[in-house]
Design a protein around this ligand. Structure first.
Ligand code: T3D
Length: 263
């Protein structure tokens, strides 16, 4: 994997763009520079024509341990937190949500605090059988941030999310799979290859339509029914105009499997 100027690595594997946290000696704890690089990496992957799916992963034994607490120090000014969220964390979340391409969080080790939040903001999650999710915020008497309060209840229900955020310690692979927090659990040995294979399945979808689906789901989450249905009509006409729709229809009538191009 090619080393970039920052602790975030970028690698192209076929149609899949890997964005990898690379501070294994610090459990990939997030610095200002990493967050800036992360936003840039998602925006660039969204634009790149050769990218049809994105994997977010971490090097070493952690996926990502959240904010680098040693960079904050023991007694930061309270205003620092809100300002940091606005300047660095929230732009990353927006870049992920606005990226039309499917994003897979490949959680190969512990995902704590904002590391867990970033995994929740991905479209799909897979984890290794040695990984765990740790909400972490409450142990610092902080509210969950980086979108955790938005995403987690939607994924696993309000009651369970509240319990995990306050009383929960580590959420392991069995519980994560059973509750729908992750889509697959793969053995730690060969985890990266299994994640790449999963991402290749995503990359082979009609990815232009996937981008429309992502927008439609986001709209439908918050809009009244009438508005959601109007948006659905508009997007369905756009989906029907794609090359992949034609390919799907041709394959249906030919009784073959469609091959999609993302156009
Ligand atoms: O504006 C804002 O609001 C800022 C945004 C904040 C978002 C956040 O993410 S706040 C939450 C920050 N993260 C945490 O609170 C997680 C803290 N870490 C842990 O809970 C545990 O370390 C882990 C669950 C991640 C891993 O546990 P374990 O037992 O496998 O390892 P360990 O022994 O606790 O940690 C290993 C080392 O990593 C250790 O350093 P040492 O003793 O070997 O020198 C530990 O201090 C260091 N480390 C772990 N997480 C962080 C970290 N160093 C700096 N920042 C970290 N987040």
């Amino acid at each position: 994997m090619a080393k970039q100027a920052t602790d975030v690595l970028i690698e192209q594997r076929g149609a899949v763009r890997w964005i990898v946290f690379n501070r294994p000696e610090a459990m990939n704890a997030l610095t200002d520079v990493m967050l800036e690089a992360l936003e840039r990496a998602f925006r660039e992957a969204a634009r790149a024509e050769d990218v049809r799916a994105i994997v977010l992963a971490g090097r070493g034994r952690a996926f990502q341990a959240g904010q680098d607490l040693s960079a904050l120090g023991e007694a930061p000014e309270p205003e620092t937190y809100g300002a940091l969220l606005k300047k660095r964390y929230h732009p990353v979340l927006r870049a992920m949500r606005e990226t039309p391409k499917p994003i897979l969080a490949a959680v190969g080790g512990v995902a704590a605090g904002a590391g867990m939040s970033l995994a929740l903001a991905a479209d799909f999650r897979v984890m290794s059988d040695r990984a765990a999710f740790v909400p972490a915020f409450f142990k610092l008497a902080l509210v969950p941030d980086t979108g955790m309060a938005y995403f987690l209840p939607r994924l696993v229900g309000f009651g369970r999310a509240l319990e995990w955020m306050t009383l929960g310690g580590r959420i392991g692979p069995d519980e994560a799979l059973r509750t729908g927090l992750v889509h697959r659990v793969f053995p730690a040995d060969g985890f990266e290859s299994a994640a790449q294979a999963f991402a290749e399945t995503l990359a082979a979808l009609p990815t232009k339509t996937f981008g429309m689906l992502k927008r439609l789901l986001q709209k439908a989450e918050a809009a009244p029914l009438g508005e959601a249905l109007a948006y659905e009509r508009m997007l369905q006409s756009a989906a029907a105009a794609t090359e992949d729709h034609r390919r799907g229809m041709t394959a249906f009538f030919a009784k073959t499997e469609p091959t999609f191009t993302g156009r």
